[in-house]
Design a protein around this ligand. Structure first.
Ligand code: SF4
Length: 639
């Protein structure tokens, strides 16, 4: 049989010490007299504590000595214990046990056990009727101070949850296997505090794990501490409010495997499914979903996911939204669903994305609340506003990213790769000039690439590479505008907006002064695009053609590769593109997280006992189905 490793022993000592501080080594009604202790244990079998204690007290009052009880009729004993729900059978068992002691030891006195070895004394006791190994050890521990470990259901359960013993060990076998794994000087404290812990919170079902002092060492799925994750070649991610899948695409490019996505909108879910056939897409309202059931669909457990990402609906936080930018808008509280999933799933990392307006919404109250709630769940969390243009996206798009982890690692955000002192920004010309020439109302989805006489930019080559074809591209759909709108377009030069439209063409705008600068904005070839919001409603105009942007042009400006297909009618496609997180921006954030994980992995050593660490893959050392986060050696390992 293997013994504990030194670090395992230290961990047991820490657990016992924490339990001892919490419960104070309770006496648990244990008796100093061995016959009293045996009688009490016999009465306690399948009887509630207050009842068997009352029955024991009545017997002690009625019979001055145990010899008196031995000499009486069973019906007299039965009368004293009936109120506790015990009957004739229990009375006879009590007498049988006392008679056997008398026969074996010559009197009702067990003091002879004190001069025996622990094994011999235990063997003597278990020969008595109704005395099992647990009862024998309780007598020897509490009455004779033998350093034995009585194994009851509480001790057994806790030993398994802490990974001291494999869950493959039966309760019967645990009587032999568990004691050698607990140091002799800790056995009494381990037992009494495990019983107190089992009665107070560590129940067989639905243990109360919040605020449990030893949750950091526990492998139970409800433990507050995240469980160790398996380091796979591609760590797992889940995407909430997945939309068309921009965040997921970035994660995948950074090396994650997105195993599940939640999206309520049927068109966006269809797009997601089409482009990510290997992902489990849950097309439902997230408010109706149970996070643990979502994990179970995948055969995963709490703590198995590396990254949880979410981009809750953000129009309500947008500074350009003057109608519903209030706390009264229920859609402005969907971030609570993300926090609910974070609490339940316990990923190592999380990423929450939203519009820059989140920073100022309710004077920053919402953003502060998100950070505070993440921290209260045990995550280090921080936020930063990132501009997609700084990461190679041909678009100035500012977004808030809240990033956190429960590994104790510092939170970093990706360094810009484009802009001042870096590579030049990717321009609209470099992004879309190779796409087909189109007109307002263009409706032929698949067309050959355009011929503009220029060689392809690096960005265009990258966008086409994934499509794996040079001949054509999908998504050449443009909204049809009426003649008035087309005449307005004709007055706007690159970089200008609605303010360039003559007044006589704006007379159906009730209050043109309330238009924001993004309305009727014509893109400039030599600069990154303005933010791709709702580009149909905002009338974002092609740099030189009098029409709005096609779905593919908008997708290119969002950094979606050409093989990414959007489904649904043109309006739905436009909305999906506009609502997406640019995959290149998502990839930059995800790569930073992946790099941080790799750095820690390279520092991990087999003896590391960092209590909250999820990175170390202890399952390779410990082949049991589930091991505790401190990696105790299992008694059956290697057998
Ligand atoms: S975390 Fe929960 S299951 Fe684990 S020891 Fe504490 S109460 Fe028991």
């Amino acid at each position: 049989m293997k013994s504990q490793t030194a670090s395992g022993l230290e961990s047991i000592e820490r657990c016992v010490s924490m339990l001892s501080s919490q419960y104070g080594d309770p006496l648990l009604n244990n008796q100093r007299d061995p016959i009293d202790e045996l009688a009490l244990i016999l009465l306690s079998d399948r009887t509630d504590e207050p009842k068997y204690l009352a029955a024991f007290q009545r017997l002690k009052r009625r019979f001055c000595q145990w010899e008196d009880l031995l000499a009486t009729m069973p019906s007299d004993i039965e009368r004293e214990i009936r109120d506790a729900g015990m009957g004739r059978r229990r009375a006879e068992l009590l007498q049988q046990m006392l008679r056997a002691i008398y026969t074996r030891f010559g009197s009702l006195n067990l003091s002879a056990l004190a001069s025996m070895s622990a094994d011999d004394a235990e063997a003597e006791l278990v020969r008595l009727p109704s005395v099992g190994r647990k009862a024998a050890r309780c007598v020897l521990l509490y009455c004779f101070d033998f350093p034995l470990l009585p194994v009851d259901v509480h001790t057994y359960r806790l030993a398994i949850r802490l990974g001291i013993m494999s869950r493959r060990v039966s309760y019967e076998r645990s009587h032999s296997l568990l004691p050698p794994l607990i140091p002799a000087h800790l056995r009494r404290s381990f037992h009494v505090n495990a019983v107190a812990h089992g009665r107070a919170r560590c129940f067989a079902r639905n243990p109360h794990c919040s605020a449990c002092p030893i949750s950091d060492y526990c492998s139970h799925p409800s433990a507050v501490t995240p469980l160790p994750i398996e380091l796979r070649p591609r760590p797992l991610a889940i995407d909430l409010f997945a939309g068309a899948g921009g965040l997921s695409l970035g994660l995948m490019k950074a090396g994650y495997r997105v195993v599940q996505a939640v999206e309520k909108d049927p068109q966006a879910a269809a797009t997601y499914r089409h482009n990510h056939p290997g992902t489990d897409v849950i097309e439902d309202d997230i408010q109706k979903l149970d996070p643990i059931s979502c994990l179970k669909r995948l055969g995963l457990r709490r703590g198995d996911v590396s990254v949880l990402v979410a981009g809750p609906p953000c129009q309500g936080f947008s500074e350009s939204n003057r109608r519903t930018r209030t706390l009264a808008n229920p859609r402005n509280h969907l971030y609570q669903e993300f926090l609910r999933f974070l609490d339940a799933m316990r990923p190592a990392w999380f990423v929450l994305e939203n519009v820059a307006g989140l920073r100022t919404m309710a004077r920053g109250k919402i953003l502060r609340e998100i950070i505070d709630r993440c921290r209260s769940l045990g995550y280090d969390a921080d936020w930063k506003e990132l501009n997609a243009g700084d990461y190679g996206v041909p678009q100035f798009r500012r977004r808030i990213f809240v990033v956190g982890n429960c590994l104790g690692l510092p939170i970093r955000f990706p360094d810009p790769t484009h802009g001042v002192a870096h590579k030049p920004y990717v321009t609209v010309l470099q992004a879309i000039s190779d796409l087909p020439h189109l007109e307002s109302g263009a409706s032929v989805d698949y067309l050959s690439y355009g011929k503009n006489g220029r060689s392809l930019s690096g960005y265009q080559r990258a966008m086409r590479a994934s499509a794996n074809r040079d001949s054509g591209v999908q998504g050449n759909l443009v909204s049809r505008n009426n003649q008035l709108v087309l005449r307005r377009y004709s007055h706007i030069r690159p970089g200008q907006n609605w303010q360039a439209i003559p007044d006589d063409l704006l007379d159906n705008y009730k209050d043109s002064s309330r238009c924001h600068t993004g309305i009727y904005h014509r893109l400039e070839w030599r600069r990154p695009s303005k933010v791709i919001g709702n580009f149909r409603k905002n009338m974002l105009i092609h740099p030189e053609e009098n029409r709005g942007l096609s779905v593919r042009e908008a997708a290119r400006l969002q950094s979606f590769p050409d093989n990414y297909v959007f489904l649904g009618s043109i309006g739905f496609q436009q909305q999906q593109v506009a609502d997406s997180v640019p995959p290149l921006l998502a990839e930059a954030v995800a790569r930073d997280i992946r790099d941080a994980e790799r750095r820690v992995k390279s520092l991990c050593s087999p003896g590391c006992q960092m209590p909250r660490c999820q990175v170390m893959d202890r399952r390779k050392e410990l082949p049991t189905a589930r091991t505790s986060s401190i990696g105790f050696r299992c008694a059956l390992d290697g057998k």
